[in-house]
Design a protein around this ligand. Structure first.
Ligand SMILES: [Zn+2]
Length: 235
């Protein structure tokens, strides 16, 4: 069963120019992608020594609740995407609901110029439609049972758990870099809040290879920061 995908329509409605002939987003010709506004685009390179420390009295936390949630993983034609709708987040004091998460290889954001092999985007939506995306870096190391649950669902393995605990796909240190950017696929809509968690989460080489077997190059190039502030919350 395919679950409802409210965000998919938003992502792809105006994306014709960006698609290759087979309907996929053409990452080899990104210069043809067009944004209605293009001064605050994502991803960016996060230059850690340029980041501004958050005010001590600002609500700093990212709090996730109902993280163990039913899910279905799909290959949507340009990314491995997980449909799940039960998880909530309080982000800087406001309520958001997770609409889906998906993976880019290599990472879209870079940290001091460094790419990670995989970046997860956890797309949260507020009741007023505001989008907040939590970016998580993945690297090879200890196996991750929840990454395996996603892969098992994707492969339609029998007896696969159709449940995922998002908490184990997020790093334990919840410090993050925050800036205002855009969707990273057409229509590249701006005014998206980004929260990039720099502490990487591990998965095994085999698990990483299974993600990369689907997509090895579905990352948008880093975009000019154009003077936008990047705020560092130490968590
Ligand atoms: Zn993404």
């Amino acid at each position: 069963m395919r679950l409802a995908k409210p965000l998919a329509a938003l992502c792809f409605a105006a994306a014709f120019a960006a698609h290759a002939g087979d309907g996929r987003i053409d990452y080899d010709h990104q210069e043809k992608w067009q944004a209605a506004h293009d001064m605050s685009q994502s991803p960016i390179d996060i230059v850690t020594h340029d980041a501004i420390d958050a005010q001590a009295d600002e609500p700093q936390t990212l709090v996730f609740t109902h993280t163990r949630a039913p899910m279905e993983a799909v290959d949507n034609g340009h990314a491995v995407e997980v449909e799940t709708h039960s998880t909530d987040a309080t982000i800087r004091g406001r309520h958001f609901t997770l609409t889906q998460f998906h993976f880019h290889a290599a990472s879209e954001h870079t940290i001091d110029g460094r790419h990670y092999p995989l970046e997860g985007h956890y797309v949260f939506k507020a009741q007023d439609g505001r989008l907040a995306v939590v970016g998580v870096m993945y690297e090879v190391g200890r196996p991750n049972a929840q990454a395996q649950a996603v892969l098992d669902s994707l492969a339609h393995r029998q007896n696969a758990p159709h449940e995922v605990d998002i908490d184990a796909l997020l790093p334990k240190p919840r410090g993050y870099y925050h800036y205002l950017g855009s969707l990273t696929t057409p229509p590249l809509t701006e005014n998206v809040e980004w929260y990039v968690l720099p502490a990487p989460v591990t998965m095994s080489q085999k698990q990483m290879d299974a993600f990369l077997a689907h997509y090895r190059h579905n990352n948008r190039n880093v975009q000019p920061r154009n003077g936008r502030p990047v705020v560092h919350f130490r968590g």
